[in-house]
Design a protein around this ligand. Structure first.
Ligand code: ADP
Ligand code: MG
Ligand code: ZN
Length: 716
């Protein structure tokens, strides 16, 4: 396996899970794998195709992608072909001829073939080694991309009982997962759910002010880099593409209103590095395997986090650093709300609203972006600091809001925590309302303490305090604000609280991604990139299929000027070395002759930027809590016994549950309540606590929701 990895694909090591998956396939077991975009799913069936006797049949939904995939395989010296409806009968019979002769290792077919008896009959006569179903979520109605054609795959294990089947997808909730496994009829498959974390992506939110100049500034700082800019409407797509073009930037539009021909042409130009930038609605993306997208910008607020994750996921498939930037302006919220208001089904509308709220939360709160994204998909991100988002790297300005927070909290506390958001704001801004006068709230000490700032400011701060669990909403139809343990600490000056600065005032240049690239020779990169483009045009394939950016970057660090050095570069297998090694070596040699000052580093001398090590959990204290709980102590009595704070102990219990330790859930949350909480987590499709708490209007506590969440995450 390792040999093939190096010889055919030119890679030194497997990405996470690849090795396990491939081993199982070689043992002829079914597999089911959820891996994020760019995780390297193709290799999981392409490598076995090379090693197993017979033909590996890949079922893939997009005809437009098949050619690129086949070209990429051919470039690595894998004999590959495709069969789909775009072909002439003669072409098709030529492929069948090669198949019969055993000349094809990898065959791509579209799913609807499996509904055709003639095709199945032909297939039966061939030695098939493996069926690999790519984008397997398309088989499920519960997924976001159901394709009826995929249902013809549901007989595959019955028709071909002796052939292993692998199903691969980047998106599957546990419901979709079960659905895929049963629809395809996988036989106790070896199942992998990879982490959805994409460590090479840098997440950043910028406040949207003068969008056009902000975009121009960013693009000019990253000349020639391929990027996608998403916009909501067709008009805004066209306008922005025009504006960029007028500024000398090669940008093309893509949206469903364009003729199919033009869409195809623009996508093709982007794919082939002819237009650096594509400005698009979310219609663009499926069917983009381009590995060197260096940034994805959302110029408008996305509707939900699923979409945002999928769209940003198109950046940096090659594993090299890439940026995901969201331009956030509160003005976008009512625009999306308008569309949500048109939804007639009450429940659907409520869910859409919740989802929108979560994107607003993502953009406006003081929490690691990566953690928020992963939590949305039910993944707990263990590190304190991700080092690759604007929050964790301190690129956003945080301001101390402790004093303002204390004003709010004091107003809450002086009115016995019995009032809702609006009334508290009225108190601190000194509003002269009938209700205030009747309740005598104009006499309390905090009345009017915050009248120098407007209501919006106070509303923003309350949202922020809710998001940070410093306060929570509690109670039936008219929720009131309550202080949490953390809130009490803030009110009594034991803890400080910060918030994002609402408007970005200083134009500090973002260090961002540039600091995370191990340095490479940019002049040489430009030359090699041009050579790659020439070769790609000759072969009529996209440039990234010849060599990825990662491969070129490495050449621009080590200057391989001999075949033996070239072979050590990531992404160069035997076939590519033979085909392209000489021309790249020649260009590098010429460059070195012209630039005698260049020093060539030792391989080991280049150190990639280090990510801070993960903070170790204090396991001893965890075990103490565990022992006490097992000995019948309640949460409260553990708190007393150990003299620690409630949130600390409940945090321990949460972690123990998530670790799958033997914790009796019924002692923490009443069984019926557990069920209700579970239902809401699944319904809202998020793992964030606040929306769930808010749903129950305070009848469920944070701790209860936290425990059930941990349990669900452990037992999906
Ligand atoms: P997916 O289908 O999961 O989105 P791909 O199969 O398209 O991802 O792979 C994404 C990129 O990662 C490709 O450029 C591929 O060549 C590269 N890649 C895959 N496996 C490895 C590996 N083991 N080492 C280095 N690069 C890899
Ligand atoms: Mg793929
Ligand atoms: Zn972070």
């Amino acid at each position: 396996m390792h040999d093939t990895l190096k010889k055919v694909f030119g890679f030194e090591e497997f990405r996470p899970n690849q090795e396990d998956i491939i081993s199982k396939i070689l043992e002829k077991k079914d597999v089911f794998a959820v891996m994020p975009t760019g995780g390297g799913k193709s290799l999981c069936y392409q490598l076995p195709a090379k090693l197993m006797k017979g033909t590996t049949v890949v079922i893939s939904p997009l005809i437009s992608l098949m050619k690129d995939q086949v070209d990429a395989a051919l470039e690595n010296g894998i004999s590959a072909a495709f069969i789909n409806s775009s072909m002439k009968p003669q072409e098709m019979s030529a492929v069948f001829h090669d198949l019969k002769n055993g000349d094809i290792e990898l065959l791509y077919v579209s799913p609807e073939r499996f509904a055709m008896q003639g095709f199945l009959d032909q297939l039966k006569t061939l030695p098939v080694s493996l069926f690999a179903i790519d984008e397997a979520h398309c088989v499920s109605e519960w997924g976001h991309d159901f394709r009826p054609d995929y249902l013809s795959l549901s007989n595959i294990t019955k028709l071909f009982p002796d052939i292993p089947v692998g199903a691969f997808t980047a998106t599957a909730t546990s419901r979709v997962q079960d659905d895929i496994i049963s629809k395809i009829g996988l036989r106790s498959p070896f199942t992998v759910r990879a982490s959805f974390n994409r460590p090479n992506l840098f997440y950043k939110v910028k406040s949207k002010r003068e969008l056009e100049s902000q975009l121009l500034e960013f693009i000019k700082e990253h000349p020639g880099e391929p990027g996608i800019i998403y916009r909501t409407t067709r008009d805004s797509v066209s306008e922005l593409a025009d504006l960029l073009s007028a500024n000398g930037i090669k940008a093309l539009p893509y949206h469903a209103g364009l003729a199919a021909e033009e869409r195809k042409k623009n996508q093709e130009a982007f794919n082939r590095d002819e237009a650096a930038i594509i400005v698009a609605t979310i219609a663009f993306g499926m069917g983009i395997d381009k590995s060197n997208v260096r940034f994805v910008i959302h110029a408008d607020l996305p509707k939900n986090m699923e979409g945002y994750y999928q769209e940003t996921g198109r950046a940096g498939r090659d594993g090299e650093p890439a940026d995901c930037i969201l331009f956030f302006g509160r003005g976008d919220i009512p625009k999306i709300r308008y569309f949500i208001d048109q939804i007639s089904d009450d429940q659907e509308r409520a869910v859409a609203m919740e989802k929108l709220n979560l994107t607003v939360r993502y953009a406006s709160h003081n929490l690691c972006r990566r953690r928020q994204l992963l939590e949305y998909f039910g993944e707990h991100y263990p590190d304190e600091n991700c080092n690759t988002c604007d929050i964790c790297t301190g690129m956003v300005e945080k301001i101390d809001v402790t004093v303002d927070a204390q004003i709010i909290m004091s107003a809450m506390s002086r009115t016995d925590q019995r009032f809702g958001i609006q009334h508290i704001i009225d108190i601190v801004t000194g509003a002269d309302t009938k209700r205030i006068r009747e309740l005598g709230h104009d006499n309390i000490k905090t009345y009017g303490k915050g009248k120098d700032k407007n209501k919006k400011h106070w509303r923003f701060l309350i949202d922020e305090l809710l998001a940070q669990d410093a306060i929570c909403q509690d109670g039936g139809q008219y929720p009131v604000l309550k202080l949490t343990a953390k809130g009490n600490n803030i009110l009594y000056g034991r803890e400080e609280v910060t918030a994002l600065k609402r408007e970005e005032t200083n134009k500090r240049r973002a260090a961002g991604r540039d600091g995370r690239f191990a340095p490479y020779d940019e002049l040489l990169f430009d030359k090699l990139r041009r050579l790659r483009k020439e070769i790609a045009d000759e072969q009529q394939v996209p440039p990234y299929i010849i060599f990825s950016d990662k491969t070129l970057h490495e050449m621009c660090r080590y200057y391989p000027a001999a075949s033996s050095d070239m072979k050590k570069i990531n992404g160069i297998g035997d076939v590519k070395l033979e085909r392209y090694g000489a021309s790249f070596i020649k260009t590098i040699k010429t460059y070195l002759d012209e630039n005698p000052g260049v020093t060539i580093p030792e391989r080991e001398a280049i150190v990639l930027p280090v990510i801070m090590p993960r903070k170790k959990t204090k396991s001893e204290t965890l075990e103490k809590t565990y022992d006490l709980f097992k000995n019948g102590y309640t949460l409260e009595s553990i708190v007393k016994e150990r003299g620690l704070a409630i949130p600390t102990i409940s945090g321990h219990l949460e972690e123990l549950i998530r670790d799958g330790r033997d914790i009796d859930m019924n002692r923490l949350v009443a069984p019926a309540k557990q069920e209700k909480i579970k239902e809401i987590f699944l319904l809202l499709g998020t793992w964030q606590l606040n929306p769930v708490i808010e749903h129950f209007n305070g009848t469920v506590s944070y701790d209860e929701a936290k425990f059930v969440r941990a349990y669900l995450q452990r037992n999906p």
